[in-house]
Design a binder for this molecule. Structure first.
Ligand code: ZN
Length: 610
């Protein structure tokens, strides 16, 4: 396998049904000839995200994100360029042709390495699973799983396994299958110091897959020996802890369907939830819930339910996760750890300590109780208010102030003044303080934070005749040959227009058409964005030939006008010096002036006839 050919990329770009592709992520509606939807990259209530199906561009007028449809999928699914092209090629029936002669897509090698590793990991997962189910060494681990109330169906679905205590077993096994020691040493499965010694030994194994279901890592729970209770595979090109969620591959269909997702703390919790039929449950991978993970979920879900441990660490994690959710446009609810004490009598035997987490509930009370328990949720704001009152001594005024301030980060995530206002009233009532004082304190905090925020670079490009022309041509690239035959690069004054001109010329020279090819050749982000914005706005759709002809004419006029000014100035200097200038003689300048006068007359005349 080598690089994907340019022809393939172009064919894929041509065949993409932009509305269908984007429609998988965003509900697009046609309004007055434009396709609009709610932006998946920022939180908004009125649509400012637009798709241009002809140019295969998207652009958000709210947050400024934009690009081609290939860029869109890369961004949404966190895929590399070749991965995205392959994915779209498959979907739109384009055969992918690879070439072996270099190119500029350096990450093709990475894609290949990720695929190779995923294949190895999948095989290893299968072997660990076999050891768990069939081998005497796996008995203790299997007994443990059964004791936690998990059924065989879940063991299969999650491909649970057992890594033998003998650290040399895996290397011997994989070498026997023909894998080279070098490949195995770089696989992340072995100790960096002792490349034949398995990273995981005597552990219950949880394979971790990415969204496409490729096995990218393992989590291992200790069964015997010493070491941390859980360890995870080291991060790699295809596996970043903060960007992956346990069981995301299995949970995705139900998340899409319900637009809701449960986030639990541990692998066992997730499996317990799935066993209870709550198949939209995932877990972070031994880290706090991250922005990246929230963004990943935001594509499919509107609401997150957090099921974390009732201990202090768990509850602190809930507070952070709520803010992460809200900052990424996800509403959050918190599953009450003990369930609703008033609602469900008998679920907990008297005197027994409260069930800690979903895995415990499943084990002690069964799937039905677990199903009911996860329905008892409170909204994030109420949860935080309770938390604020529990964390600070609200009998003192100092404690009250700190308890109130504890809620300010939440207020800041709200984008509606009305809901913020309502929250401020609730806070004042809950803490028994003056409403105006809460509002004042909040305003001070918010102002302090705002001054630290970086100012987003606005589209600094101001439209002019040259930019207008090149915007039209970049959108209607078939008209470019006309432009290049009439204008030379040195005749263009605006630096952004020059950038676009050069990129168009490069595409022309390489016989490439299309937005992807063009944008990939524009390196300045603000120029790229300018092209994307103009394309997405659809403003140059009607009669582009005329727009280009007019544009060329205006640019020529401007250029000649500039040259004329220049000559007139030089003439003045030459006259003032009453002699002959160095390189430019008076006659030459006068000649050129006459020529330009005639040319401008011609252009004006042409205008009158047009
Ligand atoms: Zn946006």
């Amino acid at each position: 396998m080598g690089y994907i050919t340019k022809a393939t990329i172009q064919e894929v770009s041509d065949k993409i049904d932009a509305l269908a592709v984007v429609g998988d992520y965003v509900r697009i509606e046609k309004r007055s000839g434009r396709y609009l939807g709610l932006c998946p990259f920022h939180h908004e209530k009125t649509p400012s995200f637009s798709v241009n199906p002809d140019l295969k561009l998207y652009h958000c007028f709210g947050c400024g994100k934009g690009g081609t449809i290939i860029n869109f999928i890369m961004e949404m699914d966190k895929l590399s360029f070749p991965e995205t092209v392959e994915l779209l090629a498959k979907r739109f029936g384009v055969p992918v042709v690879y070439e072996h002669t270099g190119g500029d897509q350096l990450d093709t090698g990475m894609t290949k390495r990720i695929e190779e590793r995923a294949e190895l990991y999948s095989r290893v997962a299968g072997s660990f699973h076999y050891v768990l189910m069939e081998k005497p060494e796996g008995r203790a681990a299997k007994a443990y799983i059964i004791s936690r109330g998990l059924c065989n169906e879940m063991i299969d679905r999650f491909r649970l396994g057992y890594a033998p205590a003998d650290r040399r077993w895996l290397f011997t096994f994989l070498s026997g299958k023909g894998y080279s020691p070098e490949f195995l040493a770089s696989s992340g499965l072995f100790s960096p110091k002792y490349p034949r010694s398995s990273f995981f030994a005597d552990r219950l194994m949880f394979p971790i897959a990415d969204r496409q279901g490729r096995t990218v890592a393992f989590g291992g729970r200790i069964m015997g020996g010493e070491g941390p209770k859980y360890i995870n595979s080291p991060e790699s090109e295809g596996y970043k802890k903060g960007q992956t969620l346990f069981a995301i591959d299995l949970a995705q269909p139900e998340i899409r369907k319900t637009r809701e997702v449960y986030i639990a703390e541990g692998y066992m919790d997730v499996i317990a939830l799935h066993q209870a039929g709550i198949t939209n449950a995932v877990a972070p991978l031994g880290t706090a819930f991250t922005d990246e993970q929230a963004k990943l979920l935001r594509r499919w879900a509107d609401r997150v339910f957090l099921i974390f441990d009732a201990d202090l660490a768990g509850q602190n994690a809930v507070v952070k996760a709520i803010l992460t959710c809200r900052n990424n446009g996800l509403a959050a609810g918190v599953v009450v750890p003990g369930g609703d004490p008033a609602g469900e009598k008998g679920a907990e035997a008297p005197g027994q300590t409260r069930f800690k987490d979903p895995a415990d509930i499943l084990k002690e009370a069964g799937a039905e109780v677990l199903q009911k328990r996860v329905k008892y949720t409170i909204n994030d704001f109420k949860y935080l208010m309770d938390r604020g009152r529990a964390l600070f001594d609200v009998s003192s005024s100092e404690g009250k102030a700190r308890g109130v301030a504890f809620l300010f980060p939440y207020l800041q995530t709200l984008d509606s003044e009305v809901s913020r206002d309502a929250c401020i009233s609730s806070i004042a009532a809950a803490f028994g303080v003056d409403r105006g004082a809460v509002a004042d304190d909040y305003r001070k905090t918010a102002l302090g934070n705002k001054s630290q925020e970086a100012v987003r670079p606005s589209s600094a490009i101001r439209m002019n005749d040259e930019l207008f022309l090149f915007a039209v041509v970049s959108i209607h690239q078939r008209l470019y040959p006309e432009v290049r035959s009439r204008l030379a690069i040195k005749e263009i004054e605006d630096p952004c227009a020059k950038d676009i001109f050069i990129a168009l010329e490069e595409c022309y020279a390489h016989d490439e058409l299309g937005m992807d090819a063009l944008l990939s050749r524009i390196s300045a982000p603000h120029v790229r964005n300018f092209v994307i914005e103009r394309g997405a706005s659809n403003e140059f759709a009607a009669n582009p030939e005329q727009l280009v002809a007019d544009g060329i004419k205006r640019v020529e006029q401007k250029r000649l006008g500039r040259r004329l000014d220049d000559i007139v100035m030089k003439l003045r200097i030459v006259k003032a010096e009453a002699g002959i200038g160095g390189e430019t003689s008076l006659e030459d300048l006068l000649d050129e002036k006459m020529h330009i006068d005639a040319e401008l007359r011609r252009l004006r005349l042409k205008e009158d006839f047009d």
